[in-house]
Design a protein around this ligand. Structure first.
Ligand code: HGY
Ligand code: MN
Ligand code: MN
Length: 412
């Protein structure tokens, strides 16, 4: 299997320059000018590779290599090219450009698929703009429906419909949905975004399951007032309540009974945010995940109870807005076996592994039998400008993906 590492490495570096941030950071928020430029750049690369393109109403983009049996459900691969602020150049991109390279390697090696092979670039895998991740794959899978057009709002209050229409994606959102079985299989390759593969010196991770993500906002309303004039016994300080709650949130995750439970308070907005004014309102953004959906929901409940308890003690008002609470995703044994066979054929060591970031595969599991291929990233670091994967590992992942697509696209 011949992979053109130089071409691929150059493309990863070139795509990284289409960004709102100064290198080495990458910022490419969905439907921004950088995102649209990156989409156009990718379309050109896939056109040069002889692939047909289809774009759906929310901007999910499908590049197709027609097989000899176009009547059969295709096999798909793909990931995302949107990037959170101040991110790295490999998150998502390894699955999109690595997928393109896998298809080119097969084609240039003379392989002819029976089932067509599609490369998908999903819209808005990151939650940056609309508060919830995987908007494109959720809509594909029917986890979100057309009312998301009005329900989802960007940070500036603009609806999904307004933002996507302005970006040139103005079809009917209801047409995005694909039924289960539309694809015969879906395989996504991605950096691990964790330390295990690098620590164990193993080049390929075969993902058995993906954590169930949830995210929610907790708003705490106190009385505020003058930092000098209100004596301590008379205060209802929203930020002190938030501080107590943040530590309680950490505690519920640490004491869940499993290290598979993780909770992060990534957003803390303080109002009015003046040094001499007692905080009257705090908005906490919480990310809670677990490989076990029931345990995750139990911890979510414990957080609700802690919020009410603190509110009562401190005589404050609170409210919780759950943005998403998704089930964990389980990989298909057939697709796992195909990936394992590909690793053996390539003579690459692999291990089964849990995905602790969520991915578009989390929702593609509702459209097709799915699994993921992981490659190591340096120090397990991701969502940072120093995110790094070696070309050796990227090429190994491309070879395993190419072989897996070749096997899955042979109609048997
Ligand atoms: O947050 C995540 O797990 C993904 O990187 N969006
Ligand atoms: Mn990410
Ligand atoms: Mn990603």
């Amino acid at each position: 299997m011949k992979v053109d590492a130089e071409r691929l490495g150059h493309e990863i570096d070139e795509l990284a320059t289409i960004s709102a941030a100064r290198p080495p950071a990458v910022t490419r928020v969905v439907f921004t000018e950088e995102d649209l430029r990156a989409r156009a750049w990718l379309k050109q690369r896939c056109a040069d590779a002889g692939m047909a393109v289809r774009v759906d109403a929310v901007g999910n983009t499908f590049f197709r290599w027609e097989g000899s049996r176009p009547d059969l459900p295709a096999v798909a691969t793909g990931s995302h090219i949107d990037a959170i602020p101040n991110a790295g150049r490999f998150d998502g991109v390894v699955g999109v450009l690595g997928g393109l390279e896998a298809i080119r390697s097969l084609r240039e090696g003379g392989f002819q698929p029976e089932r067509s092979i599609e490369l998908i670039q999903f819209t808005a895998e990151e939650p940056t703009r609309f508060g919830v991740g995987c908007v494109g794959s959720r809509l594909l899978a029917g986890v979100l429906n057309a009312d998301a057009d009005e329900k989802l709002r960007g940070g500036d209050g603009e609806t999904l419909r307004a933002v996507r229409t302005k970006a040139g994606f103005d079809g009917d959102l209801a047409t995005v949905r694909l039924p289960y079985g539309y694809y015969a299989a879906f395989v996504e390759s991605h950096i691990e975004q964790g330390p295990i593969l690098e620590r164990e010196g193993i080049p390929i991770g075969i993902v058995t399951n993906i954590v169930g993500p949830s995210s929610f906002f907790i708003t705490i309303d106190g009385e505020g007032g003058h930092a000098g004039g209100v004596l301590m016994p008379d205060r209802h300080d929203a930020l002190c309540a938030a501080a107590e709650l943040i530590v309680r949130i950490e505690g519920t995750a640490r004491q869940s009974g499993s290290t598979d439970t993780v909770a992060t308070v990534g957003i803390c907005e303080v109002h009015p945010g003046a040094i001499n004014s007692i905080p009257s309102r705090v908005k906490l953004g919480v990310d809670l995940r677990d490989t076990d959906g029931k345990r995750r929901d139990r911890v979510l409940n414990e957080i609700r109870n802690a919020t009410e308890e603190i509110a009562q003690q401190r005589q404050l008002q609170t409210s919780i807005q759950v943005l998403n609470a998704d089930e964990p995703a389980t990989s298909s044994p057939q697709v796992l076996a195909a990936i394992a066979r590909s690793c053996l054929e390539e003579g690459l060591e692999s291990r089964r592994i849990v995905a602790r970031a969520y991915h578009d595969s989390s929702f593609m599991v509702h459209v097709a039998p799915m699994a993921m291929i992981f490659i190591p990233c340096r120090g397990g670091v991701s969502h940072r400008p120093d995110e790094h994967a070696t070309m050796e590992h990227i090429v190994a992942g491309v070879k395993v993906l190419a072989r897996t697509l070749a096997e899955l696209s042979s109609a048997h």
